[in-house]
Design a protein around this ligand. Structure first.
Ligand SMILES: [Zn+2]
Ligand SMILES: [Zn+2]
Length: 205
């Protein structure tokens, strides 16, 4: 009968415990950033990352030594204040011994500022909804608002995206509001003039 050269237990070559001591299984490294202002998470250059993508990549990223065959890899990612926690359940075999292992790993989220928040900080805006009426019963997405100013006769909503502003304006127009638009050039991009759009919103009488 042959013995494990390390611990002396009956085994052909290194036993499974000693093998893992020398070749620990590790979960693949992933890099994630989070926005220090709003908390959104970026993964692989995408904001609002899905943890499911992280799970898939970590599961696929398991590269055990050739002596090990894995039958089951199950990774559960979760996020808490300290960062991303990966918890994995692995089942497989080493020569003729079966094993089951639980691994976990904590990944620190790098702090950054997402494009929406940095635009907000820089005073950037593409459109202004000029409400000159009672505020309509229509929610405006908080993350789209650069600032709100009280002016004579109503409120000005400075918005980060004109696409978004146009959507709101068109919904209001369907509800019977009177919308007038005007432009103001504010920069050139690729030789093209870029406008800020002002939507004056009134209630038809
Ligand atoms: Zn051993
Ligand atoms: Zn943000």
């Amino acid at each position: 009968m042959s013995l494990c050269p390390k611990c002396g237990k009956a085994s052909k070559g290194l036993c499974v415990e000693c093998f893992f001591e020398e070749h620990p299984l590790e979960l693949a490294d992933v890099k994630l950033c989070s926005c220090g202002v709003c908390g959104r998470i970026r993964y692989r250059d995408k904001w609002d990352a899905r943890l499911d993508d992280v799970r898939r990549d970590v599961e696929r990223g398991m590269k055990p030594p050739f002596e090990i065959s894995l039958n089951k890899v199950e990774v559960k990612p979760s996020v808490d204040e300290g960062g991303l926690i990966l918890h994995a359940t692995l089942e497989g075999s080493y020569h003729s011994s079966k094993f089951k292992k639980e691994l976990s790993k904590k990944i620190k989220l790098q702090k950054t500022t997402c494009p929406t928040c940095s635009r907000k900080n820089s005073g950037y805006f593409e459109a202004v909804l000029q409400f000159r009426c009672e505020m309509p019963d229509l929610p405006v997405d908080e993350s789209q608002i650069a600032k709100i100013e009280k002016v004579r006769g109503g409120l000005d909503y400075y918005l980060l995206s004109n696409n978004y502003a146009r959507g709101i304006a068109s919904q209001l127009s369907k509800k019977g509001y009177e919308i007038k638009t005007s432009n103001q050039t504010f920069s050139r991009r690729d030789g093209r003039e870029v406008y800020r759009i002002f939507y004056s919103i009134k209630k038809e009488k």
